[in-house]
Write a protein that binds this ligand. Structure first.
Ligand code: NDP
Length: 294
């Protein structure tokens, strides 16, 4: 057990398995908005479940947050109040937005606290396996200790730039995921209507230049067999595409496809609700097309 004391805030779909890996390497205290979840986690892992964010902040050397959005992180960090002290580090594993991360880094820096944005990729399966890809944004002096902490749940860790760079890269990655889901869903819906089975279509596409993680894994494992597991909420993917759209627009680059993907994700989210999985966006295509991809 390493000497660094780690606080983990946000035991959601991906936070929970990440935090479990953290408990194996570091003395850990957790906090979750719904206390019953933190208590269950503490029982399972033998770590301490704090009653308040301030308790976590007062105790930990490093705090990891894994919450839906950057504004959620800001609100939680402010609950830490006067507990923050010079030399502490906040590692934010939320898929956040660069502008809010930069503002939070500045707020913390005034107290001598470091900030590294550390969004993750690899899904809940990657988190269970401890093989997530982690993209770090921040100053070298804070990134170095952050690397030691995130190694607990990572297969690959890359320092990609200053504060906010990890968030921007994660948003672009997830924009590509959304584009692939939408495009593959539309194309397959048309092929099935033409009488091509989804299985035959995927067989060919996955041996051809149109293949992607969506056609190779997500659609065969979740759509064709109609299982639709809930691992990553569509609402969060919609949020990510919105961040990517802002990043593109703020940098003066074309955003035609990203804007279209944002409209599609927002429409599917509206139709399917806040708890739907991201792959369920294809249900909305199926509904509009009047066909099931199977
Ligand atoms: P979930 O919706 O499953 O969990 C969200 C967590 O945040 C819960 O612990 C929830 O607490 C807590 N929470 C929500 N709102 C607040 C708030 N206002 N204040 C305090 N706590 C709050 O999300 P995920 O775990 O799936 O995702 C977390 C982050 O990781 C997101 O940014 C997401 O985009 C990113 N991500 C997720 C992946 C996945 O496969 N799921 C993959 C890669 C990145 P409570 O228990 O009370 O609801």
């Amino acid at each position: 057990m390493a000497a660094t004391k780690v606080g983990f805030i946000g035991l959601g779909a991906i936070g929970w398995p990440m935090a479990r890996h953290v408990t194996k390497k570091f003395e850990t205290t957790v906090w979750n908005r719904t206390p019953a979840r933190a208590e269950k986690f503490a029982k399972e892992t033998g770590c301490w479940s704090a009653k308040t964010v301030a308790e976590v902040v007062g105790w930990a050397d490093v705090v990891i947050t894994c919450l839906p959005t950057s504004p959620d992180v800001r609100a939680v960090v402010e609950k830490g109040g006067l507990g923050w002290r010079a030399g502490q580090l906040l590692v934010d594993a939320t898929s956040g937005d660069p502008a809010n991360s930069r503002a939070l880094a500045t707020w913390l820096a005034a107290k001598g606290v470091g900030f590294v944005d550390a969004p993750v990729s690899g899904g809940t399966a990657g988190a269970e396996a401890g093989t997530l890809t982690v993209m770090l944004g921040g100053e070298e002096r804070w990134v170095t200790p952050a690397k030691e902490i995130v190694a607990a749940f990572a297969g690959k860790v890359v320092h990609v730039g200053p504060v906010g760079a990890g968030d921007a890269l994660k948003a672009v990655n997830n924009m590509l995921l959304a584009v692939n889901i939408q495009a593959a869903g539309e194309g397959l819906a048309a092929l099935v209507k033409l009488g091509v089975s989804a299985k035959a279509a995927l067989d060919v596409i996955n041996a051809s230049s149109g293949r992607s993680n969506v056609t190779e894994n997500l659609i065969p494992q979740r759509v064709v067999n109609r299982t639709w597991p809930r691992t990553f909420r569509l609402a969060l993917l919609d949020k990510d595409v919105g961040i990517a759209l802002d990043v593109l627009n703020q940098n003066g680059v074309p955003s035609d496809i990203t804007a279209a993907a944002k409209r599609c994700m927002a429409r599917a989210r509206m139709a399917l609700g806040e708890e739907a999985d991201h792959v369920e966006a294809i249900k909305e295509i199926e509904r509009q097309a009047g066909v099931e991809i199977k």
